[in-house]
Write a protein that binds this ligand. Structure first.
Ligand code: CAA
Length: 389
């Protein structure tokens, strides 16, 4: 008998600062509605130098790992575009910070915004073969395009942590999925750069084309059609992108279903609208947002479109489980988002420039205002100094 495998728990972390998108629009000489409606973003996470992908991942993972679970994690698969080292995996730093058992396998997975999906599917296959195993999958990034660039409004950052197990509480993954790879230069980041290079309009077109391709292939493989779905969850670099994706397939549904799919989309974009782009974590923040704000019942089939520039697309699906509400702490997430401090555009620009420099100097970061459990205190002897409070 095949074991049912999928997402048992989800944790999420984003730093304690945000920038208001209407304020940014005004500062950049744009109509605020371009950002609020045209792009579909209201707030953007601002990442202080004291947070990086490792600390954000630790802050997300610590929400879902009890001491007993920490001892049981067989593997850590860390999806990220914002790696902090060209050799050593962020998963190794993370495993140490969290106090995981040394009997764990810890690696980093890279393919732009697709890394966490690769991690999730590899984890699911591993658990199908080893049903007792628990795998920690991370999607953590700092989405960084540059001050006064077209991509600036689509920045953000944070981490999603998922525990993949047999008989999961939140979602069982269907075994079938459809994926597609093409060598496309829509978004990339050479190792000498801290900001992505992007052909913005082209990237949005490739996203939509890839969605069309994998959705058609998935339907062919499964004989399922849109009527078999209760909601679609999209990679959301900005919320308008997923809205365009959904619009592409809505005509395949009857009017009643169109209404419910649109309502589910509104729920799925709510939290992303207030955090911004997490690159590889965005799809899974959108899932969390749907679970928090949507009206789904157990047994619902959800469709997922994952996209990572460069480019890789995947469509996969899963079934919502009866106790899905127990798999995440919705109240903690509401508090995390509500307690963030708004920074002005000038403060955001200062913080943007204050990131840990790309050189070998020793640095002590201003950690006095840091409220997160895990943070970065600086760099000594070319080693990042991670701390827990
Ligand atoms: N009121 C309402 N809407 C307005 C408006 C106003 N006053 N002014 C403009 N708009 C609308 C425009 O009509 C447009 O809507 P449509 O796309 O529906 O036509 C929207 O606002 C955006 O306007 P522009 O196209 O003029 O915006 P832009 O040229 O400044 O750039 C962008 C938009 C290309 C997305 C840019 O922000 C960018 O390059 N972002 C980074 C790349 C990106 O996120 N790509 C997504 C796919 S790649 C991916 O998914 C991987 C990843 O995470 C990086």
């Amino acid at each position: 008998m095949t074991v049912s495998v999928g997402i048992d728990k989800i944790g999420f972390y984003t730093p304690s600062l945000y920038l208001d998108m209407a304020e940014l629009a005004t500062a950049r000489g744009e109509d605020p509605n371009k950002y609020l409606i045209g792009i579909g973003q209201s707030k953007q996470a601002v990442i202080p130098p004291t947070q990086d992908i490792v600390t954000m991942a630790a802050n997300a993972a610590s929400q879902i790992l009890t001491p007993a679970l920490k001892a049981e994690v067989a593997m850590v698969l860390f999806g990220t575009e914002s790696g902090i080292d060209n050799s050593k995996a962020s998963a190794v730093y993370l495993a140490h910070l969290l106090g995981l058992s040394p009997k764990t396998r810890a690696i980093e997975v890279k393919q732009a915004c697709y890394g966490a999906t690769a991690g999730l599917q590899l984890a699911a296959d591993y658990v199908r073969v080893h049903p007792q195993a628990k795998v920690l999958v991370i999607g953590a990034d700092v989405a960084r395009y540059g001050l006064r660039t077209a991509g600036e409004v689509t920045q953000g950052g944070g981490a999603v942590a998922m525990l993949v197990t047999a008989d999961p509480q939140i979602l069982t993954l269907d075994m079938v999925s459809s994926y597609h790879t093409e060598d496309v230069m829509d978004f990339w980041r050479p190792t000498y750069r801290t900001e992505a290079l992007v052909d913005g309009k082209y990237s949005t077109n490739v996203y939509l084309d890839f969605f069309k391709t994998v959705w058609a292939d998935y339907q062919q493989q499964t004989n399922r059609t849109i009527v078999d779905f209760d909601a679609f969850v999209f990679h959301l670099p900005f919320t308008k992108m997923g809205r365009k994706g959904l619009r592409q397939i809505l005509p395949e549904a009857q009017p009643d279903q169109q209404k419910s799919l649109k309502a589910a989309f509104e729920a799925s974009q709510e939290d992303n609208r207030n955090v911004g782009n997490l690159y590889t974590g965005s799809l899974y923040l959108s899932l969390l947002s749907l679970l928090r704000h949507g009206q789904l019942t157990a047994g619902a089939r959800l469709g997922f479109f994952s996209y990572g520039s460069g480019a890789e697309g995947e469509f996969f699906s899963g079934i919502l489980q009866p106790n899905y509400q127990r798999g995440f702490d919705g109240a903690a997430l509401t508090t995390l988002l509500a307690q963030r401090k708004r920074v002005s555009v000038a403060e955001y620009e200062d913080i943007y420039r204050a990131q840990l420099s790309n050189d070998s100097r020793d640095v002590q970061l201003p950690v006095g205002e840091e409220v997160a459990q895990y943070y970065l205190a600086g760099r000594q002897n070319q080693q990042r100094q991670y701390r827990e409070q």
